[in-house]
Design a protein around this ligand. Structure first.
Ligand SMILES: Cc1cc2nc3c(=O)[nH]c(=O)nc-3n(C[C@H](O)[C@H](O)[C@H](O)COP(=O)(O)OP(=O)(O)OC[C@H]3O[C@@H](n4cnc5c(N)ncnc54)[C@H](O)[C@@H]3O)c2cc1C
Length: 692
């Protein structure tokens, strides 16, 4: 670390070939792969090394998706690529690479000590996950991704890679369409002390593994402390892709955890209460009057997770919508009660669908209460909530749940090597947008390993040049630093002048707004309403934000909130553009459509009636209409003009202080048909390493 004078300030500068931002499963994988491939001039940086989804999130059986490595079932790289591609709006080169490198990424984790189960002969027996025609899924248990992080982290420590903790991303430094560095705020250093709270990284490559922009939603199962840093990327000119494609699903909110798998298969009672916990009632029966159908739908939610709009008309996604009606539309709270059976005191197993009956019978749990079934079937799932903060004893207490944001399938654009449109900037893991509309469960963790490996391969082979020289770097970083310092100066002057700190209030307000207007149920009107509000906040931000300079937390939040507002602005504009492009309900989102239909009562015949539900639940499926297209997003800063190929969904003045999000739709890239004749591939590999 050297101290330079930039823009009249003494600032520490770290120089490295590659900076990896984020210490989740994708970031650690990238850092380790770079080291293994001979590029050891690498440093890592994170806001909190122990934060992030990989280390802190999971589910009943957290899944990893890979090529079949057991048994007699046929499988092939091409077939797996097809499975991924068939999710719609996914680029074919990413699908092919994710299939081709899946075994390599997976076996690497095994070798590093992640205990993926294998039989006596070394076969990695798999199971079938959602959107999976084979049995490609595997799991270590509830904490698959945590185990991955822990083993990768140990390896990165053994490599001796330096990690800078407590550094919030402020801005990415770009010059002439190429990344040259990163500005971070040191959140462990007081802003008004002797040490510089700023730290600059000067680099040739930035691997951006900052995870999903989770801070955007209030109702989320992303773990505490996972915020994301996508706003900084948009501000730096990195494009986005498939941003509308969030996944939502039923999860407990205190503590945050997916209630998939056994938690649903044992068929708990769903109850809602008013805000104070009074007026308890079982609400599913209001819409589902057939007892057996109610039981079977709850059972199915165990493996039909997350919310899938294709199962809303006559399937298990009705449960998510009914929960949403209670929490969002009626302002009530929803709980799972494992102490009592739904509707009747005794479980009447004869009413169950054959599928549910057969499963529970084979598991030997066609008896008792949900908690008795849970403990018989999966004792660790019961114990899990005893060990969490807050602690919940499902024998004694109900568990609060909601339909929560869980994963963003879209993200920052990536090419076949996970490089974005900005040279040297590689979004990997959930920050990148490699997925399409649907993806098999477990594909996110595979994608993180594959993207990180591909980025490392390209960097180690093709981007070994030294970072920009001192003068060039200082010229690029100076204005970025000056703008950040100016924002804090004005915010703290306001606080000193008596304006109360408003960063916390604004953070909550944007999150609540996003969950209410742009969550699993959205309409053109609700999106527009939220967009107008976020635009107003963002325009006024520089002139209204107030933060006490003596509070590290306040200064930290000044940049956090700006990042979230920027992301929300781009995302809401993407949703508005999607609707304007003719987009309808797909994936994990219902777009209200006055000409659409409501979920059905469920008589199971052609004369079935629509349920008496609010009109916001009226929808029409997109039916794969936009599967061959990809929506790309860009943020144009104030004063700049967008390229003619892009269009804005809202007309904005070029000087709009919030900048202008612009969009284009392109055909997705097909799955490449590459030369498969060995001698040719070998020659090219010898001559070029096949990294191009
Ligand atoms: C409840 C739940 C269950 C899931 N289950 C599955 C599953 O079964 N299978 C599957 O494939 N996927 C699953 N996922 C998704 C998967 O866990 C994530 O997509 C994946 O772990 C993301 O890894 P990552 O390395 O990209 O990011 P993360 O692990 O989220 O790491 C992000 C890193 O960036 C840092 N960071 C974030 N913001 C900033 C900032 N502003 N400044 C500096 N640093 C920052 C964080 O501290 C962290 O180090 C699940 C997710 C959740 C929430």
């Amino acid at each position: 670390m050297q101290t330079w004078t930039i823009d009249g300030r003494e600032v520490p500068v770290v120089t490295a070939n590659t900076v990896v931002v984020g210490t989740g499963s994708a970031g650690f994988c990238a850092a380790d792969r770079l080291w293994e491939l001979g590029q050891d001039d690498v440093v890592m940086v994170a806001d909190k090394v122990n934060a992030g989804s990989s280390r802190n999130a999971g589910s009943d059986k957290q899944t990893y998706y890979k090529l079949t490595l057991s048994g007699g079932d046929g499988d092939s790289v091409h077939e797996m690529a097809q499975t991924l591609f068939s999710g719609g709006a996914m680029d074919g080169d990413n699908a092919l690479a994710e299939a081709a490198l899946s075994a390599r990424g997976f076996l690497r984790l095994c070798d590093l000590g992640v205990p993926f189960p294998q039989n006596r002969f070394g076969e990695f027996i798999g199971y079938k996950t959602d959107h999976d025609p084979r049995r490609r899924a595997t799991s270590v248990g509830p904490y698959t991704s945590r185990s991955m992080v822990e083993q990768l982290e140990k390896k990165v420590h053994r490599n001796g890679t330096r990690i800078f903790d407590e550094c919030r991303v402020v801005d990415v430094v770009v010059r002439d369409g190429e990344v040259v560095g990163l500005l971070v705020l040191r959140t462990d250093v007081p802003h008004d002390g002797a040490l510089s709270p700023w730290l600059l990284f000067r680099c040739t490559n930035l691997v951006y593994a900052t995870g999903g922009p989770a801070g955007m939603y209030a109702t989320r199962v992303f773990p505490h402390g996972q915020w994301g840093a996508s706003g900084a990327a948009y501000r730096a000119g990195v494009h986005g892709k498939n941003l509308t494609e969030w996944q939502f699903g039923l999860a407990s909110t205190h503590p945050r955890w997916n209630v998939s798998g056994t938690y649903m298969q044992v068929i708990p009672r769903f109850v809602s209460t008013d805000a104070d916990g009074n007026d308890e009632r079982e609400f599913l029966t209001e819409a589902i009057d057939d007892y057996g159908r109610l039981l079977s739908m709850v059972f199915l939610k165990g493996y039909q997770w997350p919310f899938d709009i294709r199962k809303a008309r006559d399937g298990s996604s009705l449960i998510d919508l009914l929960v949403y009606r209670e929490t969002v539309l009626r302002g009530r709270r929803v709980f799972l009660d494992f102490r009592r059976n739904p509707v009747r005191d005794e479980l009447d197993a004869s009413a169950l669908s054959p599928e549910a009956h057969d499963y529970l019978e084979r598991a030997g749990v066609l008896f008792g209460t949900p908690i008795e079934r849970l403990r018989a079937m999966n004792e660790p799932a019961y114990q899990f909530y005893l060990g969490k903060n807050p602690y919940v004893d499902l024998e004694q207490q109900m568990l609060e749940v909601d339909v929560c944001a869980q994963h963003n399938n879209g993200g920052l654009v990536v090419d076949a090597w996970w490089q974005s449109n900005v040279a040297g900037f590689f979004p990997v893991g959930e920050a990148g947008g490699a997925h399409g509309v649907y993806r098999p469960g477990g594909a996110a963790l595979n994608s993180g390993q594959v993207g990180a490996t591909r980025a490392a391969q390209l960097v180690a082979a093709r981007r070994t040049q030294a970072p920009s020289d001192e003068a060039t770097f200082a010229a690029a970083a100076g204005p970025v630093l000056a703008a950040a310092a100016g924002l804090v100066r004005r915010a703290s002057a306001r606080a000193a002048g008596g304006t109360p700190d408003n960063t916390g209030e604004l953070l909550t307000a944007v999150q609540v707004l996003m969950s209410e207007k742009a969550g699993p149920v959205r309409s053109a009107a609700s999106i527009r309403e939220a967009l107008e509000q976020v635009h107003t906040w963002l325009c006024a931000y520089d002139d209204t934000v107030s933060a006490d300079a003596s509070s590290r937390r306040s200064v930290n939040r000044t940049f956090l909130v700006r990042d979230i507002l920027t992301s929300a602005y781009v995302y809401l504009s993407a949703m508005a553009d999607y609707v304007a492009h003719g987009g309808r309900s797909r994936g994990s989102v219902l777009y209200t459509d006055a000409d659409g239909t409501l979920p059905l009562v469920g008589h199971g015949d052609a004369s079935d009636d629509e349920l008496d539900l609010p009109d916001v639940f009226r929808f029409a499926l997109d039916g794969g209409a936009l599967d061959e297209e990809v929506q790309e997003a860009a943020w144009v800063p104030p004063g700049a003009t967008p390229d003619a190929a892009w269009s804005a969904v809202e007309p904005r003045s070029p000087d709009d202080p919030a900048g202008t999000p612009v969009f284009r739709w392109r055909a997705r890239r097909p799955i490449p048909e590459d030369d498969d004749f060995f001698e040719n591939v070998w020659r090219e590999f010898r001559e070029h390493g096949n990294i191009h």
